[in-house]
Design a protein around this ligand. Structure first.
Ligand code: 5AD
Ligand code: SF4
Length: 436
């Protein structure tokens, strides 16, 4: 019995798929390479932008044919898209060959759902049940990195964003559970732990006596050579205490993903981000003051309702000023159910022109940073082969930059020193050296 999982979207979904894989493996299923060989196919979906959603509906539709040639195939749709209002119903009526629909917070029902399908019943349930991680196995796929959830959901309600509606209110995991998971992973040989939450900085707010900086310090004290990363940080909640904790513990990486979204205070206000352009710049200055070699990455959106040329220029200016080591750049996508849906929208042609300019601007910044790295040596954690190039391995610097180099594949999961030899914009190339 084989399973195949299509994962769409962010790290949170990638990690949820590891939990789904764990449940299926616990039931005796084995992973396979494609849907054609599978007895169960899972679509772990994303709905953050419309393009993601359209693509997924296309892929689910294609299953109809497969199901004809293999009537026993079990089809599952879960994740953010199925949690959107009306979507579970739409799948129930328009995609009758889908057997199971689950949401974002009830993966623990998967085994029961598969049993029901065995009894010729469909299973559709998107209740928020908030499972415990400890209740099932996980099948990790990203060695030497391991993802660890610390909080789920989001209370911020940025006006463009669907996440608070599909992932629910903020819930923090008990600190002892998180610490136990991290300690076990380090003992098992994982070399990089990435803490996950929509807003890691508000960890603990809902349970009272713990904070994110306390969690960082506790993990910082764990023995053994490993790196700690975390994402995502909301700029309004990144405290001085967190900055100090990063600066104090060598195993906490000097890398912060700090989505700015826009460089215009007026747009930030309309987005309900609750910081200004000046607040953001001051925060970056405070971070660089304590952690001089920090790599700051970000998310930026163009074409939010009401964004003027002037607002967009402010974004370009901020990108040049802050010098992000990299940025995920998005075109604003109108999401039903969010406040921005009913604001006055920007023409697509304007959005397209702006995203092209933004990408060129960030590219230039990345290129400049890359040029300063040539000739220097960095400690790199070997992540594995980079299949884009022949005989090439890759790994990251502590600040999060990807480097290509040559070494033996058996060195995956080891720390090596790499001297950067050349850089082509975002891509760094280096050689492994003996000394630091
Ligand atoms: N349109 C475009 N981008 C979005 N993001 C969130 N919602 C939208 C949307 N409606 C982006 C934000 C966020 C990242 C995960 O996705 O930049 O930080
Ligand atoms: Fe969405 Fe804002 Fe929450 Fe991030 S902080 S998940 S952008 S609502």
């Amino acid at each position: 019995m084989n399973y195949f999982i299509h994962t769409y979207g962010c790290q949170m979904n990638i990690h949820d798929s590891e939990k789904i894989a764990g449940i299926l493996e616990g039931m005796g299923y084995k992973p396979c390479d494609n849907a054609e060989q599978a007895d169960i196919v899972v679509f772990n979906t994303c709905c953050i932008r419309e393009t993601a959603e359209q693509k997924i509906y296309g892929h689910i539709g294609a299953l109809k044919k497969l199901k004809k040639s293999n009537p026993n195939l079990i089809a599952v749709v879960c994740g953010c898209m199925s949690q959107q209002e009306g979507v579970a119903e739409k799948i129930r009526t328009s995609y009758p060959f889908v057997d199971i629909v689950l949401g974002t917070s009830n993966l623990n029902l998967l085994a029961k759902a598969i049993e029901d399908v065995g009894k010729k019943k469909r299973f559709v349930n998107t209740d928020f049940l908030c499972y415990r991680e400890e209740d099932f196995m996980q099948s990790r796929t990203s060695f030497p990195n391991a993802w660890v959830n610390i909080n789920y959901g989001c209370n911020n309600f940025c006006t463009y964003c669907i996440v608070p509606y599909v992932r629910g209110r903020e819930r923090s995991r008990p600190i002892d559970d998180v610490l136990k998971e991290v300690k076990d992973l380090v003992a098992q040989g994982y070399k990089e732990i990435t803490l996950l939450g929509q807003n890691v900085n508000s960890y603990g707010h809902d349970i009272g006596d713990v904070t994110f900086s306390m969690l960082l310090r506790e993990i910082g004290k764990i023995d053994g050579k490993f790196r700690l990363r975390f994402m995502t940080s909301h700029p309004k909640d990144l405290s001085q205490d967190v900055i100090d904790a990063i600066a104090s513990y060598p195993n906490i990486c000097n890398n912060i993903h700090l989505p700015v979204q826009s460089g215009s205070t007026e747009i930030l206000r309309k987005m309900n981000r609750r910081y200004t352009r000046e607040d953001y710049i001051a925060l970056v200055d405070r971070i660089r003051d304590k952690i001089p070699d920090v790599g700051i990455t970000t998310d930026i959106m163009v074409g939010f309702p009401g964004e003027t040329d002037r607002d967009f220029e402010d974004t370009l200016d901020l990108v040049r000023r802050v010098k992000f080591s990299s940025a995920f750049c998005f075109v604003y996508s109108r999401r039903k159910g969010t406040p921005a849906y009913s604001m006055e929208q920007i023409p697509y042609a304007v959005k397209k022109e702006r995203i092209t300019k933004l990408l060129a601007c960030q590219n230039q910044v990345t290129k400049e940073i890359s040029a300063t790295m040539v000739g220097k040596r960095y400690e790199v954690l070997v992540e594995g082969a980079n299949f884009r190039y022949k005989n090439t391995m890759c790994g990251r610097t502590e600040s999060g930059r990807l480097v290509n180099f040559q070494c033996d594949e058996s060195q995956t999961g080891q720390f090596v020193t790499v001297q950067i030899e050349r850089a082509s914009s975002a891509t760094l190339w280096g050689v492994v050296t003996e000394e630091k």
